[in-house]
Design a protein around this ligand. Sequence first.
Ligand code: ATP
Length: 454
Amino acid sequence: MAETTQPVTMETIVSLCRRRGFVFPSSEIYGGLGSTYDYGHYGVLTKNNIRSLWFRTMVQERDDIVALDSAIILNPRVWEASGHVAGFTDPLVDCRTCKLRFRADQLDQASCGRKPSKRPGETPDCDLTEARQFNLMFETHVGALQEESSAAYLRPETAQGIFINFKNVAQLARRKPPFGIAQFGKAFRNEITPGNFLFRVREFELMEVEFFVPPPDAPKWHEYWIEQRLGWHRGLGLRDENLRVREHDENERSHYSSATSDIEYLYPIGWGELEGVANRGEYDLTQHTQHSGTKLEWIDPDGNRYTPYVIEPAVSIERIFVALLCDAYHEEVVGDRERVVLRLHPKVAPVKAAILPLIPRDEGMATRARSLYEELRRHHVVEHDEGGQIGRRYRRQDEIGTPWAFTVDEQTLEDETVTVRDRDTLAQERLPISGVRAWLDDALERDWSSPQSD
Ligand code: ATP
């Protein structure tokens, strides 16, 4: 097998996603809406896998975290108390020459609108305004009248829905600190410069845990969560050399944070934040106590009261999605043919197996393949494909990352066995058709690490 050594570009990933129906530019027939995307069938399946693996690790397999699903539109006072109305801002500059807007703190990564493109401020013609603070929250109106009293916001993070429910959950969940509340769901940020495919979008799905701890234990738990989350990303198959932890310096931290470390991934655009792990201290519970008049504190059995500190691992499905596709993408030449293969962790892959009749016109093969497919689909997402040459069908499955293909051929009609083809090694072996279900269940539970590291 000849391997290509070119590093993957974001354009390659965008084009694969489009070609194979993972992700489409949104509102395309109306000219699109910059940096907004819709997910097709394989995109939905992949996102579902990422979300359920996260939920499994963070909630199902732990004793100390419970789930919550709060509203997207909350009482606007929540965002005053949290500091978002005053402080959830990015510095913005306009260029009077090229008429584009930039984040003042990211000018070194931005491209100006003129040709050949320059960094904003790089040439004497650039005419940048002074930086001014721009609030990233989307405003909306609740109710029929657009008066000021009905103004509200689409949530920019799911965390606040958790803090305002602290008392409800702490009373009912029969948990004492350290314990956490997990939530996933859509979040909205009016980013000044969205872009780089799904890396920075205005609407994305956050997965967050607010982990409440006794204040003296906060640094220890912060370290714990950085390690846990890093391990989780490795477990999804992301290669070690593409992951690192970077601590924020004081100027970078959000208004609520007393310490933050980013787990970064080496995206095609360079190292970028994959997940943030912040020590939010007692900031949020204290703010909501002051603004709402409801005491959000912990009272232990001896009557001692304290406001727990909060450690928050927060990540979007979008940033994981892009990292996984970049990490998995591979081009190689097999025989005299090129193939593109997505070496996704089988647990992440949108389709777990393809069932292929070698000669679809052959009734014996067609019937057996169809009945194997109907058996397997009750347990896993599998695909039955009878369109085109077998080689082309394998290539199609390789490009969407399907780990295994079961092929029904002439020999199946004689001895009731099928071949199983491995996406990564291209090895083929024969199995009794009656054992395929158990084989697949077992294969999905096996440890997996990216062959790309070899
Ligand atoms: P950045 O510095 O990249 O703007 P941030 O520090 O504002 O990110 P956080 O507030 O820490 O981001 O958000 C938590 C997580 O949400 C991030 O680690 C990232 O996974 C994700 N995220 C944040 N903004 C976006 C976005 N615009 N599009 C996709 N995912 C995002």
